[in-house]
Design a protein. Structure first.
Length: 360
């Protein structure tokens, strides 16, 4: 067995004694510091030990500070770690049997050295009981996974019946350019309701023909709608129907037909783009290359609040945007199966730009 041990200055003497004690039991010990009783910050020691345990560089860990609380907080910030602050041998046993704790935390100012040795020995010699306790520990692991996922952008699937009905008509290859343009604009208007759901409100009073009413208005938020040329133009009119005071910007990007990589050629944005809530629109999120490049354009020019709005998305495109811009939420009316060998969404709706403008 290999144990990682660490302490701050308050736990230094206990660490040194436990290190010698564990060595006498034939246990290999890897010392992460502190090196002396001079002042040391517990996070500087706690994180390396916790990461060593989570990364299986050591089998278990022992952390010591004055009360044990600081080291417990630090260690439990690391996914894969279950650190238990223990004050007696019975809790040490239960923390292993029931919780499968992999780091023992001790408070040098509240636990005697003799008790610390007994606690440590019980902790290291006790196995995990499994059974119903495994189910509970598995839920802890699931919670850690969800926490990591929460750091990624959210994908909002807008499945309102009117949107889904109109999207079916947009997908139909027999829909002509005029009807295609009208439908894309209508869907964009409907999607705008959901995209702007979190705009802040402020309370005002208005005089009605009958009396005074408490009311709410948008709290001075500046909105910008940015179209990825050329297909994004089809969504601008629909968005402006709902947000007529929004400023409009354009980013010119096309996809190389051979490499499928985005190539930019134009960018014209509102001068105060960094102060606006931006809605980036493009009907298709296929490989994600164009969207990722457009978002980078906006961030390079000071934008900090961006939402990506598309009609149809492929899983590959969603992943690329989330990997490169985890702070940008994605709004879509449909998530299709995959991309084909040419980088088109399957089943998709074809080339949105060609269908909007009647080109090939």
């Amino acid at each position: 067995m290999k144990i990682g041990i660490g302490s701050d200055h308050a736990g230094f003497e206990m660490k040194e004694s436990l290190k010698a004690y564990l060595g006498s039991l034939g246990i290999e010990v890897l010392d992460f510091g502190a090196e002396s009783a001079e002042a040391a910050d517990y996070p500087d020691i706690g994180y390396p030990v916790a990461k060593a345990v989570a990364g299986s560089k050591v089998d278990m860990g022992v952390l010591i500070c004055g009360s044990g609380i600081g080291m417990s907080i630090v260690a439990n910030k690391v996914p894969g770690v279950r650190a238990a602050l223990v004050g007696n041998p019975e809790v040490a046993r239960l923390s292993r049997e029931h919780n499968n704790a992999n780091i023992l935390v001790l408070g040098a100012r509240v636990t005697s050295l003799d008790d610390a040795k007994t606690i440590t020995k019980v902790f290291l010699e006790t196995g995990f009981a499994g059974g119903r306790h495994k189910r509970r520990v598995d839920k802890i692991v699931m919670g850690e996974t969800r926490k990591e996922e929460a750091c990624m952008s959210k994908v909002h699937l807008i499945d309102h019946p009117l949107i889904q009905h109109k999207l079916s008509l947009v997908r139909d290859k027999n829909t002509g350019s005029k009807d295609f343009r009208d439908l894309v604009a209508e869907i964009s208007t409907l999607m705008a309701y959901e995209v702007t759901r979190d705009l802040p409100l402020e309370k005002i009073q208005v005089e009605t023909p009958i009396g005074t009413a408490d009311a709410q208005v948008i709290s001075g938020k500046k909105v910008g709608i940015i179209a990825v040329l050329r297909a994004g133009l089809g969504m601008i009119e629909g968005m402006l129907r709902l947000i007529p005071t929004a400023k409009v910007g354009h980013i010119g990007i096309y996809r190389d037909p051979d490499t499928l990589q985005p190539i930019d050629y134009y960018c014209k944005l509102p001068p105060d783009v960094g102060e606006r809530d931006l809605i980036l629109v493009d009907p298709m999120l296929a490989t994600g290359g164009s969207a990722t490049s457009a978002i980078r354009f906006l961030k390079d020019r000071g934008a900090t609040n961006i939402k990506l709005v598309v009609l149809v998305a492929a899983p590959e495109g969603i992943k690329m945007v989330q990997d490169n811009h985890p702070d940008v939420d994605i709004y879509t009316a449909a998530i299709d199966k995959c991309l084909n060998s040419h980088g088109y969404i399957v089943p998709g709706l074809g080339d949105a730009g060609d269908r909007l403008f009647g080109t090939k």
